[in-house]
Design a protein around this ligand. Structure first.
Ligand SMILES: [Zn+2]
Length: 281
């Protein structure tokens, strides 16, 4: 990016900094501990990751640890640049996200390149040029990370936006990083999602959130408990509409037309939900 467009890390809680990157409006977060600094999500391309790294290094010289909230390129294709800046860097993710990147990363990279080439050519070229670096530490359901004077919780609550979503809680700061399980500024993405399971996963996430918690969604501006509750209600409504529509043998388009989140997003959700109810997933 040009210097005039420089993106900065903004402190949203004590020693917790957020970079809201304009391309895809994606969030990356820095949590500074006493011994290491943790970067949660690493953006889409080498150039974007270099912007993030410059912001990180302006704030801390500590060794880095990376966490990926899930396997989608906009949350982990900057791993290579961030990891190279901190020898021996641990990269954490849920085991399903790590497996997807390790076993399918190169195929997915080609798919995503084709998918984004028409609408976002610069992004597509950048993500295609990135070196996919899979996570080297995995979480099954829960891990705690002592980063020196503060403890982070990495939690997996089941299927939702993907089969490998991780949320990161910073209890001492009252911050929760929700990844794409919570979306602001656009509808949730169901392309790799599980619309019938997503509501209960977000319900579990809600147990970590108090009225004072700052919730960082995967994309868009920070939100609060009321926003997450409202999104949970919409996800619940959608899941029931999918079950009812499937029972009534309604065509997906008819169900999606009266569902939350808009026709395009809901149609993907309905088709995914039907496939699961038909035993096709
Ligand atoms: Zn995603």
């Amino acid at each position: 990016m040009a210097d005039t467009d420089a993106v900065t890390l903004v402190e949203i809680a004590p020693e917790v900094y957020l970079m809201r990157y304009p391309v895809l409006d994606v969030n990356a977060t820095l949590i500074v501990g006493g011994e290491v600094a943790v970067v949660v999500d690493t953006l889409s391309t080498d150039d974007q990751a270099r912007d993030l790294l410059a912001g990180v290094r302006a704030l801390t010289a500590l060794p880095l640890v990376i966490v990926n909230t899930h396997h989608h390129f906009d949350h982990c294709f900057g791993n290579s640049v961030l990891a190279a800046a901190s020898p021996g860097c641990a990269i954490w993710a849920h085991e399903a996200a790590a497996a997807a990147l390790r076993e399918e990363g190169v195929r997915l990279q080609r798919e995503w390149y084709v998918e984004w080439l028409t609408t976002h050519p610069e992004l597509a070229e950048g993500l295609a040029a990135a070196r996919v670096v899979p996570p080297n530490r995995t979480v099954h359901t829960e891990s705690t990370m002592d980063i020196g004077g503060r403890v982070l919780e990495l939690r997996h609550f089941g299927r939702g936006h993907t089969d490998g979503d991780l949320v990161v809680a910073v209890p001492d700061a009252g911050v929760l990083l929700a990844g794409d399980l919570v979306e602001q500024g656009g509808p949730p993405s169901f392309v790799d999602g599980y619309p019938l399971h997503w509501p209960e996963t977000v319900a579990a996430v809600l147990h970590l959130i108090t009225p004072r918690t700052t919730v960082v969604p995967g994309h868009g501006s920070v939100v609060d408990v009321d926003y997450v509750r409202a999104q949970h209600d919409e996800l619940t409504q959608l899941a029931w509409q999918i079950r009812d529509g499937h029972y009534d043998r309604a065509v997906p388009e008819a169900v999606a037309a009266r569902a939350p989140f808009g026709l395009a997003a809901a149609l993907i959700a309905v088709k995914r939900g039907y496939a699961e109810l038909d035993g096709r997933t």
